[in-house]
Ligand binder design. Structure first.
Ligand SMILES: Nc1ncnc2c1ncn2[C@@H]1O[C@H](COP(=O)(O)OP(=O)(O)OP(=O)(O)O)[C@@H](O)[C@H]1O
Length: 292
């Protein structure tokens, strides 16, 4: 991971982005790159209020996509719509389409539980259950499991998920201790492991480091890259932290609030381009700290 800041030219002006390590080594997303999630005309309404309007966004497979934007621009609302987290909230209406590998996530015959197995989620604050480390990771295997796994299969899945979440070495000798005995950063990696145990395709992370110190934050950032580069997951992360978006993501989507206070997507593109040569004035104003 690069750590240096980048000085760059944004139309006719030199701006030192207060962005450590923008991923200028990241390849541009080729036009043919596989689309994992295809979001079409997605609108999300809370009661009478449109929170997010007409979002068209394609999330590439096996890449980290960051969603950035000011508070209230609907980043979390959009993220939650991707795996139907709004289904159980009264008064929330979602229109438009989300396709996962070309298949509608909101189709009438689609089981939302299966959607959530394929699209896992990690929240802002680590939220382990009041159970052991092992049982936290094994939990989803009982909820989502199509068939009952043997004890050995469960143990193998738990170990694999903990390894992928870069936590195995720290917990392998204390798997039956309470999850609450872990540090905040370890708890957050445990939550990642819990999401991975059911073998999803996509991992959504909603401000996953906002409650963590810089070292634990760095570990989660590194983990996001490993999930993509070593294990082939598709990662979507909502973050307030532009340095984080620049460090970890391949693609950045910038959202803002329109005149009617609905969240809209302003632009999306390879992260290096968004941070060095944004096409829209609103993006430039945000990344250079003039608004936000
Ligand atoms: N459950 C809810 N009921 C009603 N309105 C909501 C609900 N959740 C969010 N909103 C509203 O929807 C809008 C978008 O909120 P959201 O949390 O998605 O934005 P955000 O960009 O993620 O903000 P932040 O960066 O502050 O987390 C806000 O105006 C918010 O008040």
């Amino acid at each position: 991971m690069q750590q240096a800041g980048v000085t760059t030219v944004v139309p006719e002006r030199r701006i030192h982005l207060a962005v450590a390590g923008a991923r200028d080594d990241a390849p541009a997303i080729p036009a043919t790159s596989e689309v994992k999630l295809d979001i079409r005309k997605l609108t999300i309404i809370y009661g009478q209020r449109v929170a997010v309007r007409d979002i068209d966004l394609r999330i590439p497979a096996q890449a980290v996509t960051a969603i950035i934007g000011p508070s209230g621009s609907g980043k979390s609302t959009l993220l939650r719509a991707l795996n139907r987290m709004h289904d159980d909230v009264p008064g929330v209406r979602v229109t438009g389409e989300v396709l996962l590998d070309g298949q509608p996530v909101y189709g009438p015959e689609v089981d939302p539980v299966e959607v959530r197995r394929r699209i896992g989620m990690v929240f802002q604050r680590p939220n382990p259950f009041a159970k052991s480390i092992f049982d936290n990771v094994a939990f989803g295997l009982t909820v989502f499991g199509a068939r009952r796994l043997s004890r050995r299969e469960v143990a193998e899945r738990v170990e694999r998920a903990l390894r992928q979440a870069a936590l195995w070495d720290e917990v392998k000798d204390r798997l039956h201790q309470p999850a609450t005995s872990l540090s905040g950063g370890q708890q957050q990696r445990l939550c990642v492991a819990r999401a991975l145990a059911v073998e999803p395709d996509v991992v959504l992370l909603d401000e996953p480091t906002s409650a963590l110190d810089p070292i634990a934050t760095g570990r989660i950032e590194q983990l996001m890259r490993e999930l993509v580069e070593e294990h082939g997951y598709t990662v979507v992360v909502v973050t307030h932290n532009m340095q984080q978006a620049a460090r970890v993501s391949d693609v950045t989507a910038f959202m803002t609030v329109d005149a009617s206070r609905a969240g809209t997507l302003v632009e999306v593109g390879p992260t290096a381009r968004i941070f060095t040569n944004p096409q829209d004035q609103r993006t430039e104003d945000y990344i250079t700290g003039r608004v936000g």
